[in-house]
Design a protein around this ligand. Structure first.
Ligand code: ATP
Length: 221
């Protein structure tokens, strides 16, 4: 479909389960970058997370879809969790590129993930497919606090041109933005812990997600 002129954000994660911390960050990024759509993409089975407390990908997708219901800008994307084999961000971005021809794509990732991006599969390709938005928590602005060398993973140290304190440009023309967003003190592991202990998940996750977890007896051991 031709989506020339649209600005589309892509936010990947385990979302095990999705919670208000994720949703708040997505809302702030969407607003700050005037994105028309923001797609939350649950990963299939992340290699670095323990398998036993990961809910099935389909459940994580259903929870994301319930969490964003009612917000016309947010979407839960099935691509990674329904695809065969491992999921690489470069393939996900290429899929979005094909699906939303002409749109401007923005790939959102956390500061920690950014500093390791040169270990990702085909990472150079990533910067030919989308702009990047690197999130740090509100009140922390590493781009002010650390030297240029420490702002970029080693392999990427010399490949971006400075445009402003929070914006750099790659030779493909795609940009890298640094952005500070609210980080609510909530994590999916904390939520799984509460569920396992039989305690309430109210006000940590949207009601629709809480009910889904209860109805499907997720995270209860
Ligand atoms: P877990 O506790 O299981 O490690 P998590 O809550 O960190 O999970 P992920 O699905 O791994 O959730 O995170 C997806 C993305 O959301 C990551 O980029 C992560 O940094 C970010 N994120 C997670 N929790 C928050 C939060 N409370 N506020 C803002 N961003 C968050």
């Amino acid at each position: 479909m031709d989506r020339s002129g649209s600005r589309i954000g892509i936010f990947g994660g385990t979302f095990n389960p999705v919670h208000f911390g994720h949703l708040r960050v997505v809302e702030e990024v969407r607003q700050a970058f005037a994105l028309d759509e923001m797609h939350l993409v649950p990963s299939a089975r992340p290699p670095h997370k323990r398998a036993h407390d990961i809910a099935p990908a389909e459940d994580r997708l259903q929870m994301v879809r319930r969490a964003v219901r009612g917000n016309p800008h947010l979407f839960g994307c099935a691509y990674e969790c329904r695809k065969e084999g491992p999921s690489y961000s470069v393939e996900t971005l290429a899929w979005f590129r094909r699906r939303y021809a002409g749109a401007e794509l923005f790939f959102i990732l956390g500061w920690d993930a950014w500093l390791e991006i040169d270990t990702w599969y085909a990472w150079r390709e990533l910067f030919h497919l989308a702009d990047f938005i690197v999130i740090s928590r509100q009140g922390r602005q590493p781009w002010r606090e650390v030297s240029r060398e420490r702002l970029f993973p080693i392999a990427l140290k010399d490949v971006f041109c400075y445009e402003s304190e929070t914006c750099y440009r790659y030779r493909s023309g795609h940009r890298l933005h640094f952005f500070a967003a609210t980080r609510l003190d909530i994590s999916a592991s904390q939520i799984r812990g509460e569920a396992l202990a039989g305690r309430s998940l109210r006000y940590l996750v949207p009601e629709s997600v809480r009910k889904y977890i209860e109805a499907h007896r997720l995270y209860c051991g």
